[in-house]
Ligand binder design. Structure first.
Ligand SMILES: N[C@@H](CCC(=O)N[C@@H](CS)C(=O)NCC(=O)O)C(=O)O
Length: 240
């Protein structure tokens, strides 16, 4: 049994999809990040960075106590190694999958997060930041388009954790007003993956669905929500 510490954002959905793909039973522990659930000292002992997702594997292989993993890329790799699926065991094929996985967690994910912040949460008048991050996001999506013009899946001929890391971000791209028409290879790939039974199951689970307030284009946070997400309360938790 895996405890999945979860908020219904693309980072959480990556792990939900992987758990469905490998058929690993999980108990979902939901966090409302606007309410500041992630800032508790108890969660800080699971992830000192106070971000979702994180997992606690209650039945790890070859360990006599539960294993905690945070950072979505590390979690995907851990689950791939535990199940022996969706990550080649060695060599060039493994290196390619890990390259694209890292490209997502170190590049596409953070840049998409910054674009989302300035488009959706920041006060109006942030033209430079909006331009900077949406431009960089579009550049990264163009890199992905080029890759998918040559490769059925991101990591090569097979579906892997690199696809799982990238796929849930499609919702953010739509929220930010980026249709997929200018990226036909990516569009076809999104659809192909969206039809996978495990993906359909994960996205249909009521306990994994995103509440409306996570989805809107222009978010109006009250003072407490702002502090929990971006302000003093968020920063204070890092010192605990
Ligand atoms: N690099 C991290 C990013 C995690 C992250 O930013 N999680 C967001 C939700 S998508 C979060 O917990 N936000 C709450 C906060 O920043 O306090 C990963 O890939 O797991």
């Amino acid at each position: 049994m895996i405890d999945l510490h979860y908020s219904a954002t693309p980072n959480g959905q990556k792990i939900a999809i992987m758990l469905e793909e490998i058929g690993e039973p999980c108990r979902v522990i939901p966090y409302d990040i606007f309410e500041g659930d992630q800032l508790s000292a108890a969660f800080g002992r699971i992830n000192p960075n106070h971000k979702l997702p994180a997992i606690v594997d209650q039945n790890p292989v070859g360990e006599d106590r539960p294993v905690t993993v945070f950072e979505s890329g590390a979690i995907l790799q851990y689950l791939a190694e535990k199940s022996g699926r969706f990550l080649p065991a060695s060599g060039a094929a493994r290196a390619t999958v890990l390259s694209w996985l890292t490209w997502q967690v170190a590049g596409l994910g953070p840049m998409s997060g910054q674009a989302s912040h300035f488009l959706r949460y920041a006060p109006a008048g942030q033209d430079y930041a909006v331009e900077r991050y949406t431009k960089e996001l579009k550049r990264l999506l163009t890199v992905l388009e080029k890759r998918l013009e040559k490769s059925v899946y991101v990591g090569g001929a097979d579906y892997t954790i690199a696809d799982m890391a990238i796929w849930p971000g499609r919702a953010s791209a739509f929220v930010m007003g980026m249709g997929l028409d200018e990226w036909p290879a990516m569009h076809a790939w999104f659809e192909r993956i969206g039809e996978r039974p495990a993906v359909v199951r994960a996205m249909a689970r009521d306990d994994l669905k995103a509440p409306a307030k996570y989805i809107g284009r222009h978010q109006k946070l009250d003072d407490k929500e702002w502090s929990n997400m971006f302000g003093d309360a968020n920063h204070a938790a890092a010192k605990d």
